[in-house]
Design a protein around this ligand. Structure first.
Ligand code: FRU
Length: 551
């Protein structure tokens, strides 16, 4: 039952079949958004990796094109791995990607892939679809140099340009022993790249830095910046995907252009590695600057959390989460994220609830629309904080472990309150997305959770094979404003939630056996000891966009 076709994500980006992983080289060109992604043309498991390619006018409706970059040359014959696009000074898009030049599989548990960086250019600049790509024979443009670990050397970023010295700069992810590294290269012509004598940034004990991303954010306002912007009124963000724990971390900091070094601010840490874009299933993300709407857009990949035989049987695996606009919170301490506004074009039938009290132990159904494929926005008002449970500082850097013991059914003081989504009428199956407020010495701590422990009755998953509870803290002061918002996007097997206007985001994959299609229900619940008020709830059915039907 887990493999039911009813669980196919409808509006999250994916090809009709097969395996996908990282989003690659997003770019905007001549009226079209382009998304490339790691794709196995033959199976629903990782392997045979090419750059699949789709285009869209609105980031929501997608047309599938043929793969843009496939293994064909000595410099990429074993795979075309992740990379990024850069728009050059004359408007030409260039792609830098990782080519696999050798494979040592003597140890099947630890296959060693030898990696170099290649460039590719569109063959026909007047084609807005950029269907044909040329990989010049002078590749690789960044071979493995001295002091570089050639089996941990991949995922080049978008390059940035300094008019002062007329050089492009790019970062390639790497490690040396367990020290994660952002290797820095410079080039005048995008062809000959010279390694800087030091890294842009490196951190001991973090392991391989996959899919680094480095970009400027404006200290004020929502507008995004082109990757080359630097100077006054600008902070920089460095994000890495840690192979070690399969989570991503970012810091906000300062880019010193004269020393060519990035230094994270001390403020951006809620655990030892930094902050998270998403405290759930979200990896290998990448941003790009959208010159059309002057915003920076973030794409991230969510893998399946069912079993490999189930993926093979259903013949697809992985989605890209809804592209999100990212900008700096006015506090300067974290980023904010929100689904691109174009998503609203899918909204259909709507229901609303206003000014509704939810008593301790209550759950109220929000009926009238189907909610297996829906957008839910709700604002809660918590007026009485005196009942908040005491916070255990031991969990200060581990919200996830905290939520594991403080799940949706564990009665609390202020909360848990929130939504049951993809739920059956009798709540046998349900995924809970909720808040819970704690009192610590000088302030209140707000925990946001995604509890999937009762999301499915499928025997293959019921015994908690891999149904991780996900959680993050929300940096709000409920004594100043007693309201807190939640937006949850539901797409059959995808639950993507934005807390407090995009301060804390959690995505997860769930596989209900009964709570599918019209049987998937939505509830508001409160398992705390005090009343909670729903100031306003709006829920919309979302239509199915054009999703990677052929050109
Ligand atoms: C991250 C990653 C990248 C690599 C690609 C291969 O998910 O491992 O480091 O380039 O996937 O598909």
């Amino acid at each position: 039952a887990v493999t039911s076709p009813a669980l196919k994500a409808a509006y999250h980006f994916r090809p009709p079949n097969n395996w996908i992983n990282d989003p690659n080289g997003p770019l905007y060109y001549k009226g079209y958004y382009h998304l490339f992604y790691q794709y196995n043309p033959k199976d629903a498991v990782w392997g045979n990796i090419v750059w699949a390619h789709s285009v869209s006018k609105d980031l929501i409706n997608w047309i599938a094109l043929k793969p843009a970059i496939e293994p064909s040359k000595p410099f990429d014959q074993y795979g075309c791995w992740s990379g990024s696009a850069t728009i050059l000074l004359d408007g030409t898009p260039a792609i830098l990607y990782t080519g696999i030049i050798a494979k040592n599989d003597t140890d099947p548990n630890n296959i060693l892939w030898t990696q170099v960086q290649n460039v590719a250019y569109p063959k026909n600049l007047s084609d807005p679809f950029l269907e044909e790509w040329d990989k010049p024979d002078y590749n690789p443009v960044i071979p493995i140099g001295p002091g570089v670990n050639g089996t941990a050397f991949r995922d080049p970023t978008t390059a940035w340009y300094s008019p002062e010295d007329k050089h492009w700069r790019v970062v390639v992810g790497s490690k040396w022993d367990l020290k994660g590294q952002a290797l820095l290269y410079r080039s005048k012509d995008f062809k000959k790249w010279v390694k800087a004598s030091h890294t842009l940034h490196a951190t001991r004990g973090t392991g391989m830095w996959e899919c680094p991303d480095f970009y400027p954010v404006s200290v004020k306002g929502l507008l995004g910046l082109d990757t080359s912007v630097k100077g006054k009124g600008v902070k920089h963000v460095l994000k890495v995907s840690l192979d070690l724990d399969r989570y991503e971390y970012y810091t906000i900091g300062t880019y010193d252009i004269t020393r060519d070094r990035y230094t994270p601010d001390g403020t951006s840490k809620d655990n030892k590695h930094g902050l998270r874009y998403d405290y759930g299933n979200f990896y290998a993300s990448k941003t790009f600057y959208d010159p059309e709407k002057k915003r920076r857009i973030l794409w991230g990949w969510a893998n399946e959390t069912d079993t490999v035989p189930e993926d093979k049987n259903k013949r697809w695996a992985g989605v890209q989460l809804i592209p999100r606009t990212v900008w700096l919170d006015p506090s300067g301490k974290q980023l904010l994220q929100w689904p691109v506004e174009e998503l609203n074009s899918l909204r259909g039938k709507q229901v609303s609830v206003t000014s509704k009290k939810v008593k301790p132990g209550d759950h109220l159904e929000v009926g009238g629309i189907q909610t297996a494929q829906a957008d839910v926005e709700v604002t809660f008002d918590v007026s009485s904080l005196s009942n908040a449970e005491p916070f255990d500082p031991k969990y200060m850097y581990d919200a996830q472990a905290f939520c594991k013991i403080k799940g949706a059914d564990v009665k609390g003081g202020v909360g848990p309150f929130g939504l049951y989504v993809l739920a059956t009428a009798d709540l046998q199956e349900k995924t809970a997305v909720f808040f819970r407020v704690f009192k610590s010495e000088d302030k209140h701590v707000v925990l946001m959770c995604n509890d999937p422990t009762q999301s499915t009755l499928a025997p293959s998953l019921a015994e908690n094979k891999y149904k991780p509870t996900f959680a993050g803290y929300v940096d709000v002061d409920l004594t100043k404003s007693s309201s807190i918002s939640l937006k949850t996007l539901l797409d059959h097997s995808v639950v993507e939630s934005f807390g407090a206007g995009g301060k804390t985001v959690i995505s997860s994959r769930v596989y209900p056996t009964l709570a599918q299609g019209d049987n998937a229900r939505l509830f508001i619940f409160n398992n705390g000891a005090v009343d909670i008020k729903v100031t306003k709830l709006d829920a919309w059915e979302l239509k199915k966009p054009l999703m990677n039907i052929g050109a």
